[in-house]
Design a protein around this ligand. Structure first.
Ligand code: IMP
Length: 427
């Protein structure tokens, strides 16, 4: 199938990076379409661990054009650092393009991110402090600086002066020191010189490629439940990590062939916000360590909990997944029987519908089904039949509850530790 959108089905960190890397061997383009370096995608290949924050995970394949698309907010320094560390481990990369319509993240966005979190007090979102929210605020307020302006020295200076004058009025209101323009111009002009060769109307090229029948993967960042409109507002990111997000920046809806929703065999979340199946205490600590559940971008310990099928089914509905990938199935080995949430008790009522009201969700008591667990090392399993019956049972339970087939099962962090159940549902 020519186009595949891959997204995190719940709150992010579902190991999309590994799957994009695996599937990119069959792709011509891999396109990121939302977020910035708040994302963290880990790929283990050729004896190295790669951590991608901005560059699409398919870049390790020489045949792939990796696109930082419109819809993204790009920190130039983070991009250049990431490119450098990636090249040190893998000198031959695919072609990289940056959309001229992507927005640039500046130091003042990070300052404002910290300031806004401080002002939220108890209600803080637990952002990644990368300036993502403030960069998107500028975009929506129509004062953001786009890549096409950034790489044009005259326009960059003029736009930055305009924006900084406004930002300084805001900082002054908070009693904070203002921003000096010249140091930013000096540092960022050097970045602009290095970025210029990558910047083009990449979204147009991707669209032409789609129409020419090329195989294109759209790589979502974060997870669908962090979507600005469909997620657990206000504990969300500032963009659209849903399948529809890819359409907002140039994938024509009628050209979407497959949509892969990636979920972990349990659930994780970073930052604040309701998490009905969250676990605590020693069991949670053991699971966090077994799954190495520490943020790729920030190193923060991730919150962990049982698989939330109510949230997953909601995500299936919103994103129209044509199949699911279940990752980190190996991590649950040796944990005894496992649980999956099949309903929420809110007040006196039990519902299987995910409420849009975050206040209701925070009162939801999970109703669990207990499933058979399993032991042993799963990393060598090449088909579902080779999995222990408990792990097979979990996959089948997910399929029955959501009504969506599971096309991929990940049983370890390496490329090879992947069971492909139905290639026809992928790319
Ligand atoms: P922001 O995207 O930095 O504004 O953070 C908003 C919320 O999204 C916070 O709860 C973050 O922890 C969460 N978040 C942002 N990016 C990711 C990600 O890549 N994985 C998981 N959570 C994320």
């Amino acid at each position: 199938m020519p186009t595949l959108v891959i997204i995190g089905a719940l709150w992010g960190d579902e190991a999309k990076g590994k799957l994009v890397d695996v599937l990119a061997s069959d792709a011509d383009y891999v396109v990121r379409y939302s977020g910035g370096n708040n994302a963290g995608h880990t790929v283990q290949a050729a004896g190295h661990t790669f951590k991608f924050h901005l560059i699409p995970s398919g870049v390790l394949h020489k045949n792939v054009t990796a696109v930082l698309g419109a819809g993204m907010v790009v920190c130039p320094k983070a991009f250049l650092d990431e490119l450098e560390t990636t090249k040190q481990k893998s000198p031959e990369l695919g072609r990289i393009l940056i959309s001229s319509a992507a927005h640039v993240v500046f130091p003042y966005h990070r300052t404002l991110d910290a300031l806004e979190e401080e002002n939220r007090g108890e209600g803080k979102i637990g952002t990644t402090s990368r300036g993502i929210g403030p960069a998107y605020q500028d975009k929506v307020a129509r004062v953001g600086i786009r890549m096409c302006e950034f790489v044009d020295p005259e326009r960059f200076r003029a736009r930055l002066c305009e924006v900084v004058e406004y930002k300084n009025r805001v900082l002054d209101m908070h009693g904070k020191p203002g921003i000096s323009i010249e140091p930013i111009i000096e540092e960022y002009s050097a970045y602009a010189d290095k970025l210029r060769p990558f910047v083009c109307d990449a979204d147009f090229e991707v669209n032409r490629a789609i129409h020419a029948g090329k195989r294109v993967i759209f790589e979502g960042a974060q997870g669908a439940m962090l979507d600005l409109d469909l997620g657990t507002y206000p504990f969300v990111t500032s963009s659209h990590p849903t399948a529809g997000g890819a359409c907002l920046v140039g994938l024509p809806p009628k050209k979407v062939d497959n949509v892969l929703g990636v979920c972990v065999a349990y659930t994780t979340r970073v930052g604040s916000g309701p998490f009905p199946t969250e676990l605590s205490g020693e069991f949670a600590d053991r699971l966090r360590i077994a799954g190495n559940e520490f943020g790729t971008s920030t190193g923060r310990p991730r919150r962990v909990g049982w698989l939330d099928l109510v949230a997953l089914r909601h995500s299936c509905l919103m994103n129209g997944f044509t199949s699911l990938a279940v990752t980190r199935v190996d991590v649950l080995s040796g944990f005894g029987s496992i649980k999956a949430c099949v309903g929420y008790k809110i007040g006196d009522e039990v519902t299987t519908e995910f409420p849009a009201d975050t206040a209701l969700l925070s009162r939801a008591e999970p109703q669990f089904e207990t499933l058979e667990g399993w032991d042993g090392d799963l990393s060598a399993c090449k088909s579902t039949n080779e999995l222990p019956s408990g792990a097979r049972g979990l996959i089948e339970f997910i399929e029955r509850y959501t009504g969506v087939p599971v096309s991929l099962v990940s049983v370890g962090p390496n490329r090879e530790e992947t069971i492909v159940r139905d290639r026809g549902l992928l790319i």
